[in-house]
Design a binder for this molecule. Structure first.
Ligand SMILES: O=C([O-])[C@@H](O)[C@@H](O)[C@H](O)[C@@H](O)C(=O)[O-]
Ligand SMILES: [Mg+2]
Length: 451
C-alpha cells in the first residue's frame, strides 16, 4: 500500500542543497561567527509531485550522512516517520568523525554516531512532515496532535558583536552596529524590541570577564525593568564563578543558562544555589536565591536525561529539534521533562525560516511552555523562503496552512548554493575559532573553565 486516501505518498526523489548563509560577526566563548555559515536544505518529493522542505546543519560531516540517507529514502512512505530512525541506523558513520571528537567544539560533549545521525534525520523528518501535511491538507502542528496556542513567543537573542567582520574578509554588511559593552548591548536590545517586539532578552556570554557581563545584564535590567533576562556563557565558568554570577544577578535572571560545563558541574551549582535559597550554608557565605539553571549543552540526548534529572542539575531543558532528531522527539522530550517537573523551551543556533517554521509548529503543540524560545533568525538577513517569517510582538503566528506553511524560493536557494559551490572549502565547516584567528592569529579555543 502506498496511498493515504487517494494520495500516493511514496518518496520518489530527495534533493539536497548545501548553502552558505550570511552571518554577522557574533561573538561567543569559542570565537566569532564566520561571515557565511553552512546549512543544508532538504527537499522530499512525493509520487504525486508534492514537495516537502527541511533544514539542518550543512557541515561536511552531516552531508556525508545525508547523501546515503537520502538514497535510502526513495521508495519509502513520507508518513513512515518512525522508519527514518531505522534507516538512519543503516548509514555508516566514518569512525574518524566520532573517535576522539567533540561535538561543536565541545559544547555538546563527546561526538557520537547517534548524535550525528539524529542531526541529519531531523532535516528529513521536517521535510517528510511538510510533504505529508501538504498532501493531506493539514498543518504540521495537526500531524503532531494539534496546537495548544496560536502564536509562539521568542526572546531577543543578544550577542556581543563587532560592527563588521575583520577587514579584508568578504562578507555582507549588517545594520546592527557593534555591541562590546553594556551600552552597546542595551542599544542592541532596543533595536530588537523596535524591530520585532521581543520582551524577553538572552545575552550570549562567556565572551568578556564575568564582571563585564554582569554589568551588561544589570544595564538591561535597568533599561527594561521587570522583563525576563537570561545569560548564557556556554559553560565558560567554574562552579565558583557561576555561583558568584548567580548571586550578583539573582534578582533579575529568569534563568542562568549553562554557566558551567557538564552535568556534574551544573549539578553542583544547582545544589549550592538551592541550599543557599533554603538558608543552608553554601560554603561561600553568601545568600543566593534559587536562580533556575537551563541547558542546551548537558542534556542533548535521551541518554543524558537520567543523570541530569536525578541529580537535579537543570530546571529548564532547551530542546533543539535539529539535534534531538526532529519534532516528534521534541515532543517526547517535553513529556519526559513534564514528568520530572523540568521546564522545556527551545534552543537555537544559526538557522533559516524553514527551521523557524518547524520550531513554531512543534512549540505550538507543547503544553506548559513557560519561557520564550530562542531564535537566531533575526540575525539572518538572507533566507530561502519567498516570504520571511514575521515576529509580531515578539511572537510568530502558528500557520494553519498545509505543511509548514512556507514556500521555497528557488532563485534564492540557487544563489546561496552557488556561494557554497564557489567556496574553496574554508567556509563549508563552521569554525568560530578559525574565524577569530583571522582577527587574532594567536587565538586558541579557550580552555574550560575560562573564568
Ligand atoms: O551561535 C552561537 O554563537 C551560539 O553560541 C550557539 O552556538 C549556541 O549553540 C547557542 O546559541 C546556545 O544557546 O548555547
Ligand atoms: Mg545555550
Amino acid at each position: 500500500m502506498t496511498a493515504a486516501g487517494t494520495r500516493d505518498l511514496t518518496i520518489t526523489e530527495v534533493r539536497l542543497t548545501p548553502i552558505l548563509v550570511a552571518d554577522p560577526p557574533l561573538l561567543n566563548t569559542q570565537g566569532v561567527h564566520q561571515p557565511y555559515t553552512p546549512r543544508l536544505i532538504v527537499e522530499v518529493v512525493l509520487a504525486d509531485g508534492t514537495t516537502g522542505v527541511g533544514e539542518t546543519y550543512g557541515d561536511t560531516k552531516y552531508l556525508e550522512l545525508a547523501r546515503p540517507f537520502a538514497e535510502l529514502l526513495v521508495g519509502r512512505q513520507a508518513h513512515d516517520l518512525n522508519g527514518l530512525f531505522t534507516v538512519a541506523d543503516e548509514v555508516a558513520v566514518d569512525r574518524s568523525r566520532v573517535v576522539d571528537q567533540v561535538d561543536v567544539g565541545g559544547l555538546r560533549g563527546v561526538q557520537t554516531a547517534d548524535k550525528l545521525r539524529l542531526s541529519v534525520v531531523s532535516g528529513f523528518e521536517v521535510a517528510c512532515l511538510d510533504a505529508y501535511g501538504k498532501a493531506l491538507g493539514l498543518p504540521v502542528h495537526a500531524l503532531l496532535g494539534g496546537k495548544v496556542r496560536d502564536a509562539v513567543e521568542y526572546s531577543a537573542y543578544l550577542f556581543y558583536k563587532w560592527a563588521d567582520h575583520p577587514e579584508g574578509v568578504k562578507s555582507e554588511k549588517d545594520d546592527w552596529g557593534a555591541a562590546v559593552d553594556p551600552a552597546g548591548v542595551v542599544e542592541q536590545a532596543r533595536r530588537f524590541t523596535e524591530r520585532y517586539g521581543f520582551t524577553s532578552f538572552k545575552l550570549k556570554g562567556g565572551v568578556f570577564p564575568p564582571e563585564e557581563e554582569i554589568a551588561a545584564v544589570r544595564a538591561l535590567a535597568e533599561a527594561f525593568p521587570g522583563h525576563p533576562l537570561r545569560l548564557d556563557p556556554n559553560g565558560a565558568w567554574s562552579v565558583e564563578t557561576s555561583l558568584k554570577v548567580a548571586d550578583a544577578l539573582a534578582d533579575v535572571l529568569e534563568y542562568l543558562e549553562d554557566p558551567a560545563l557538564g552535568t556534574a558541574a551544573m549539578a553542583e551549582v544547582a545544589a549550592r544555589l538551592k541550599g543557599a535559597a533554603r538558608g543552608v550554608s553554601d560554603g561561600g557565605g553568601g545568600r543566593r536565591a534559587g536562580v533556575p539553571l537551563a541547558t542546551n549543552m548537558c542534556v542533548t540526548t535521551f541518554a543524558e536525561i537520567k543523570e541530569a534529572f536525578t541529580k537535579d542539575a537543570v530546571q529548564v531543558v532547551l530542546c533543539d529539534h535539529h539535534y534531538w532528531g526532529g519534532l516528534r522527539n521534541t515532543r517526547e522530550l517535553a513529556a519526559i521533562c513534564r514528568a520530572f517537573g523540568v521546564d522545556v523551551s527551545m534552543h537555537s543556533n544559526t538557522h533559516l525560516g524553514i527551521s523557524l517554521a518547524a520550531m513554531t509548529h512543534v512549540a505550538s503543540t507543547v503544553p506548559g511552555l513557560h519561557h520564550a524560545c530562542d531564535s537566531h533568525y533575526p540575525w539572518q538577513s538572507e533566507d530561502v523562503l519567498t516570504e520571511r517569517i514575521a515576529f509580531e510582538g515578539g511572537r510568530v503566528r502558528v500557520s494553519d496552512a498545509p505543511g509548514l506553511g512556507v514556500e521555497l524560493d528557488r532563485d534564492k536557494l540557487a544563489l546561496l548554493h552557488r556561494r557554497w559551490l564557489d567556496d574553496d572549502g574554508t567556509l563549508r565547516e563552521r569554525d568560530d575559532a578559525a574565524a577569530m584567528r583571522v582577527a587574532d592569529p594567536d587565538w586558541v579555543t579557550p580552555a574550560v573553565p575560562r573564568w
